[in-house]
Design a protein around this ligand. Sequence first.
Ligand code: NAP
Length: 289
Amino acid sequence: MINAQTKLFGLLGNPVGHSLSPFMQNIFLEQCGVNGVYLAFAVAPDKVGDALRGMFALGVQGANVTIPYKEAVIPYLCGMSKAAQACNAVNTLIYTEKGYYGDNTDGAGLLAALAREHDWRPEGRKILVVGAGGAARGVSVAMALQGAAEICIANRSAEHAAALAEQIESLGNVKATAVPLEQLQKEALYTQYHTIVNTTSLGMSPHVERMIPLRAELLDAEHLVVDLVYNPLETRLLRTAKEHGAKTASGLGMLLYQGALAFEAWTGKAVDPEPVRQRMIAQLSGAAQ
Ligand code: NAP
């Protein structure tokens, strides 16, 4: 029931029509008994500052930020978390009296999902991250900040991989290396790294036949293969990895848990995203038809 006390939350991006965040966040609001509503706003590139000033003036309690504005919102914030600073990207705006505080829950969301789904934690691990874009940055920074021993970045563009590896190593206490994507053909990589995280968009609908150049025959039950893509839920990469005995995790877990962490920051209420998982799967299946 919307009334005079209803709080507003939202999503800023462009486009936003495909986003599952309004569906998910409105269920969280209902589940936690918060009198609020979450809406999606497609903002023009030259209106990002106006959007944040207007939201603040109206007392919008919190928002998510998606492509292409994760960096563009930064000049309008009153402060940023360590994760957001290290990624130079913000996916969550939290209302404070001084203005919006920026956080980045993408990486922490993936780690929360992997802990829940596979009891997997980054401490002391050697991890292969495929891709060097915004999602790779979020995920690698979170893994480095939570104690990963080594992160290897494999990417199509060597300069992007090298820049990300350098940035990760600057966080301290973690070894970071960069290799070309073709290195995924090397057998040694599969003995060295037992966690492989695809952060590229390869395999995302409608190009579902695509996948990173994985040597699936070198996988076994020791390997965990993670795909940040969640549409389709089971990508060709995950299907292939599963067929060869590896453990797998889809991007849906990351989506659910980054949203739950943002929700908690806005409302102070911890939400369990697991009851929402099946509804998200049904929503995604509907979207795919
Ligand atoms: P991005 O910044 O544009 O980065 C894309 C990455 O993919 C780059 O490393 C790029 O390599 C690589 N790439 C793109 N096309 C390729 C191709 N044909 N062959 C080889 N490499 C290719 O995008 P992003 O924001 O990181 O997002 C990446 C994916 O993560 C998307 O599918 C997105 O939906 C997903 N994601 C999921 C969640 C979640 O909650 N599950 C959250 C965030 C993102 P170059 O450096 O060579 O260009």
